[in-house]
Ligand binder design. Structure first.
Ligand code: NCD
Ligand code: ZN
Length: 335
């Protein structure tokens, strides 16, 4: 197979930032994707209807295309039912962060005790607003996601009608959790299908591969590959592409985030081809998300061709994953 056509690709976990950075990165995603779930961890975080609407407007202005839908999210805090009713048409999901777990998450929750969250989560469940979760404890870095599994169990069992997305899963434990509760789903990034902690820190430190959750062990990567390559019906592609300026990555105190937006589809083709699973790529990059989120993106067909693509060293101030390296697939055209 020398070309592959993908219909309406969706990136169900994306950081677009704001201002000049937004202007650089938004067109890179809107070129090849039909839509993306846009994360709310701006400074300050997106917490009001006005902030959602004006951020959406700035994204659309920055996009340079009219066939891309930004699916908006709010940053979780206590929200009343009345507020959620008033904002439900403007958002697709609410993203919850444990306080301090990752970039710009200081305003996140300090505890996952159910009772203080009940009103908000019950209202979300009734209104069909999806809960998107950054699932890490503040434990030892390699164990944070596995330790968070009990929180997923508690949320899933207390709110059986609430759709809960385990974002950017990185462990075998999270993969095993998927089928235990009907209302649990997951996103998987492309970088976690490719790298383990060895690639980040096993040799020279590779700051552009440093992200949260940190890449884990080979057996974890194998578990992720298994569900992604099979396009497990509860799993969707979410790049977690998270741009930081070069000087914030190549510095003492490197920010967490891997920038993959402009190469995500090319890398996915490489991986799915390597494992003879290209037939499942469409479901992984779009069909599953359409079904899980109940969304219907506008028509877009992306044709990739088996033709070398040299990844640019920089996009604006941002160094992408695989900068300067040659990928086997490139974007041939977008209709
Ligand atoms: C993300 C960012 O930079 O906003 N960083 C990351 O390492 N993935 C936040 C997040 O999703 O954890
Ligand atoms: Zn993220």
């Amino acid at each position: 197979m020398n070309t592959i056509s993908l219909m309406m690709p969706l990136d169900m976990h994306l950081h677009l930032r704001d201002d000049d950075m937004l202007k650089v990165v938004a067109p890179l995603t809107s070129y090849t994707f039909s839509g993306a779930l846009v994360m709310p961890n701006l400074v300050p975080p997106v917490t009001t209807k006005e902030m959602v609407k004006s951020y959406r407007h700035r994204i659309i202005e920055a996009m340079e295309s009219d066939d891309f839908e930004p699916y908006m999210t709010l940053f979780y805090q206590h929200y009343s039912r009345e507020f959620l009713e008033s904002v439900q048409d403007d958002i697709t999901a609410i993203k919850i962060y444990p306080s301090g777990a990752t970039t710009n998450s200081e305003g996140g929750v300090v505890s996952f005790d159910i009772e203080p969250m009940r009103e908000t989560l019950e209202a979300m469940s009734d209104l069909g607003i999806i809960l998107s979760v950054h699932g890490e404890t503040n434990g030892f870095v390699m164990d944070r996601e596995a330790e968070f599994m009990s929180v997923y169990e508690m949320l899933a069992s207390n709110f059986p009608k609430l759709k809960i997305i385990m974002e950017h899963i990185t462990t075998r434990e999270a993969v095993e959790m998927l089928d235990r509760y009907e209302n649990l789903y997951a996103t998987v990034t492309v970088h976690h299908l490719m790298i383990t902690l060895d690639d980040v820190a096993g040799g020279m430190l590779r700051p552009h591969l440093f992200c949260k959750p940190i890449a884990k062990r080979p057996h974890d990567r194998e578990a992720l590959l298994k569900i992604a390559l099979a396009a497990h019906p509860k799993v969707m592609f979410g790049s977690d592409s998270a741009p930081h300026p070069k000087d914030k990555k190549e510095s003492c105190g490197c920010g967490a985030g891997v920038f993959t937006a402009p190469i995500a589809l090319q890398l996915l083709c490489e991986i799915f081809e390597e494992y003879n699973a290209l037939d499942n790529l469409q479901a992984f990059v779009s069909d599953n998300a359409q079904r899980i989120y109940g969304i219907c993106p506008d028509y877009k067909e992306v044709v990739l061709i088996k033709h070398d693509f040299v990844v640019p060293q920089m996009y604006g101030e941002v160094v992408p994953m695989r900068a300067g390296e040659t990928l086997r697939w490139s974007i041939e055209r977008v209709d």
